[in-house]
Design a protein around this ligand. Structure first.
Ligand SMILES: [Zn+2]
Length: 101
C-alpha cells in the first residue's frame, strides 16, 4: 500500500491525485529523483559551455584556448558531456518507468 508523500493518506496506487489533499501522486519518490537526475545531467553536460561563456571577455573568442578565451573549459565537455548524458538518460528511464499513464 502506497501513501501520499504529502499528507500520508493511504492510496490504492491507481489514482493520479491524492484523494485527501489533492497532491500529484502520479510520480513517486524515485520518479522525482529521476526527474532531478535528468535535469541535472543535462546541466552537468553543458556546464563547461556556460563556464567558457562566462570566462570569455567581451570581444574574445570563447572557442579560443589562448589567453583571450575560455575555450579551455570546453575541454571538460569531453568528460562531462558523456557523463552528463548518461546521468540524464538514467534519470529519464527512472522517471518514465515510475510515471503512470
Ligand atoms: Zn495527500
Amino acid at each position: 500500500m502506497d501513501k501520499c508523500s504529502r499528507c500520508g493518506q493511504e492510496r490504492s496506487g491507481e489514482e493520479r491525485f491524492c484523494t485527501n489533499c489533492g497532491a500529484d501522486v502520479s510520480v513517486g519518490k524515485t520518479g522525482i529523483a529521476g526527474r532531478w537526475l535528468a535535469g541535472g545531467g543535462c546541466l552537468f553536460a553543458l556546464a563547461p559551455l556556460g563556464i567558457a561563456l562566462l570566462t570569455t571577455p567581451i570581444g574574445g573568442n570563447m572557442f579560443s584556448t589562448g589567453g583571450d578565451g575560455g575555450g579551455a573549459a570546453l575541454y571538460f565537455m569531453i568528460l562531462t558531456l558523456p557523463l552528463g548524458t548518461l546521468i540524464s538518460v538514467i534519470g529519464l528511464i527512472l522517471w518514465l518507468s515510475k510515471r503512470k499513464k
